[in-house]
Ligand binder design. Structure first.
Ligand code: MN3
Ligand code: MN3
Length: 325
């Protein structure tokens, strides 16, 4: 007996229902990059001047980031794609998912420049065994694996934004700390490119989440928003332990904590929610802000692609101008 056929739709870029899909598609394409474009030869010289503890933390934060990007590219994006209906939204998310794999790969490029093969193997084992790292990724992945309706889809999208706009920053901190002082600039450049990607990912999925939430009954909406705050707090608790383990010995724990709270607020704002910690940009160590300042970079071939921290948008009040990055 022949299987019953469904009429499958082809994506039509000449008829776009959600007009912002095209804007996000174009922006993703415009800022596309590959890890091999960045020279890391200077980093190797600086690397040899670092202490054992500095090297250890640097390697571990990159290994941790590799896990986050691997899971976001392999599980998060594909499952969200499967559960949204709009074909253009799926296309944009697919592009973003491919970039997650580029991010994951770029850390390996840094490792191959700085670390021995034996050490790299150790780091990947450390990732599998670090309980704080495993816990935070599991909290997120669990939300991806149970999508069955709008409510679970909303929580999955919110978790995705918490991952991309908040959780990555405990790892980004250290490369920014060095590049903000003019050290390990090549690796810092890669991190800045990743930050630029995560910024639009967070804004886009944030908008989708607000869209999804608006389809849900009002009283349930309030309940779901509270759940998001609970997830954020659970992740923060885990992040504090992770951060302590990695940064305390370097005297940077407090600095990282402020940066984490700042980015947790950004994630909430991407979701159209109020900030929780109310950390201002002035509260962040200026070295970190300097590390994110692209004008100080030596590579200028990206200058045409635009860079920087991207502001969050409320679904109701964004306009075309908001995408003029
Ligand atoms: Mn990524
Ligand atoms: Mn991303």
């Amino acid at each position: 007996m022949p299987r019953e056929q469904k009429n499958l739709q082809a994506i039509n870029w000449n008829k776009i229902e959600e007009d912002y899909s095209k804007i996000f598609w174009d922006q993703n394409v415009r800022q596309f990059w590959v890890d091999e474009e960045i020279s890391l030869t200077e980093d190797k010289k600086v690397w040899l001047t670092l202490t054992k503890e500095e090297q250890d933390t640097y390697e571990k934060v990159l290994a941790g980031l590799t896990l986050l990007d691997t899971q976001q590219g392999g599980i998060g994006m594909p499952l969200i794609i499967q559960n949204v209906e709009n074909l253009h939204t799926k296309a944009v998310l697919s592009f973003m998912g491919a970039m997650e794999q580029m991010h994951a790969k770029s850390y390996s490029t840094i490792f191959s420049t700085l670390s021995s093969t034996e050490r790299i193997d150790e780091l990947f084992l450390w990732v599998e065994e670090n309980k704080h790292l495993q816990r935070k990724v599991n909290i997120i992945v669990e939300k991806y694996l149970v999508i069955t309706d709008d409510e679970s889809l909303y929580l999955a999208m919110a978790s995705s934004v918490l991952l991309e706009t908040f959780l990555f920053y405990s790892g980004f901190f250290y490369p920014l700390w060095f590049s903000g002082q003019g050290k390990l600039i090549g690796s810092g450049e890669i991190i800045n490119l990743i930050i630029r990607d995560e910024s639009i990912h967070g804004v886009f999925v944030g908008l989708l989440s607000q869209n999804t939430l608006s389809k849900i009954e009002q009283t349930k909406q309030e309940e779901l928003k509270k759940q998001v705050i609970q997830i954020m707090l659970e992740l923060m608790e885990s992040e504090i332990k992770y951060t302590k383990e990695l940064y305390f010995k370097l005297g940077l724990f407090d600095e990282v904590l402020v940066f984490l709270k700042y980015n947790a607020d950004k994630a909430l704002m991407n979701l159209g929610l109020d900030p929780y910690y109310n950390i201002k940009e002035e509260d962040i160590n200026p070295i970190i802000l300097n590390g994110m300042d692209t004008e100080t970079k030596t590579h200028d071939f990206f200058s045409t692609k635009g860079n920087g921290y991207i502001k969050s948008l409320k679904h109701d009040d964004f306009e075309d101008d908001d995408f003029d990055w």
